[in-house]
Design a protein around this ligand. Structure first.
Ligand code: SF4
Length: 335
């Protein structure tokens, strides 16, 4: 478990570095947002020589399970913001339900931590989280942790909060949703937003629902009902929107209007907005016309009758920073 992640949105309002908890490593590409997936560039994957077998959708590194890491948060007393499986997807086909249930039990019994989960597989997530059998499996795993705690292990763990219909000699059913678990879906363009956000919002038992529009590959219009829940409907709305451009070699361009539009939509609806980064390419503030190259590129439609277009410069993620129209945007949902 790394307690020193550089992921910007993991810092939280107090600005401290967050942690990553990787009890699964490796994944399979499911959409364009995965094309330049960063996990194979992470040290543990590089050292192990685990790479995707191509750039295409369906390319995989293979998935490795690390059950010995499941109890790590139980040993951390001080509050952390923890990105769950930053090097995989919790709802990948190759991750067993029992392992996810155990992870949820750990999260339920460590209320001192805030957990952030991000998936590109909201369908399996919804199926799992609306299943009472899954939550009973969470309770069962929690019972095992509780017994270990009574024997002196896991002193940083808290008792699991149970629903009244839990049965002392039958099953444990945890109180849902877990207030310290925030679940989001990746939405790199309109198609993935249209596909994944309704599924996220239709998934029960989530305390905080959010999207990560990173790498943002196109404009995204958020429907009104995604941003503000209809009081007559039981469907919730989004609690948080994160956006950012792609970084690294061969990073794709993000038109400045794309994060701008998301910010404006969120601001109008009162939804917290976090601009994570420009990525490798930053807007120069100029318009131009001519040859493109590794350093400069043009994006979007012509902005005048001469055919000039917005000029982006590849300066690298650190220099590009995260200033959007003169200010940073680091808003968080109420937890
Ligand atoms: S789902 Fe996430 S971790 Fe998996 S390949 Fe896509 S970007 Fe990488």
């Amino acid at each position: 478990m790394s307690d020193n992640s550089a992921i910007e949105w993991l810092r939280g309002p107090d600005g401290r570095r967050g942690a990553t908890w990787n009890f699964v490593t490796g994944c399979t590409k499911v959409s364009e947002g995965c094309r330049r997936c960063y996990i194979e560039r992470q040290t543990p994957m590089r050292v192990a020589g685990r790479r995707f077998d191509g750039p295409h959708i369906g390319a995989t590194t293979g998935v490795m399970l690390h059950p010995e890491r499941l109890d790590m948060p139980l040993k951390k007393r001080d509050p952390l913001r923890i990105f769950v499986n930053s090097m995989s997807d919790l709802w990948h086909d190759d991750v067993p339900t029992e392992m996810v249930a155990h992870a949820f039990a750990v999260m339920a019994m460590t209320p001192q931590h805030t957990y952030l989960i991000l998936t590109k597989r909201p369908g399996p997530m919804r199926s799992m989280l609306r299943s009472d059998d899954f939550w009973k499996a969470v309770g069962e795993a929690g019972r095992g942790i509780a017994f270990a705690r009574v024997r002196g292990k896991y002193r940083s763990a808290s008792p699991m909060q149970l629903t009244p219909d839990s049965s002392a000699d039958g099953y444990w059913m945890p109180v849902r949703p877990l207030p310290n678990v925030q679940i989001g879906v990746s939405t790199e363009d309109q198609a993935t937003a249209d596909l994944r956000i309704p599924t996220l919002l239709a998934t029960p038992h989530i305390a905080v629902r959010w999207i990560s529009a990173e790498p943002l590959l196109g404009p995204v219009v958020l429907r009104d009902e995604w941003l503000a829940a209809d009081p007559e409907s039981s469907t919730p709305a989004l609690d948080w929107v994160v956006a950012g451009g792609e970084s690294g070699t061969d990073a794709r361009l993000m038109h400045p209007d794309w994060p701008r539009s998301l910010r404006d939509q969120c601001t109008a609806a009162g939804v917290p907005f976090f601009f994570k980064q420009w990525g490798a390419w930053t807007p120069t503030g100029m318009v131009g016309i001519g040859n493109q190259g590794p350093r400069f590129a043009y994006i979007g439609d012509p902005v005048d009758e001469h055919g000039h277009r917005i000029v982006m410069e590849n300066v690298g993620k650190h220099q590009a920073g995260a200033i959007l129209d003169g200010q940073t945007w680091t808003e968080y949902p109420d937890a």
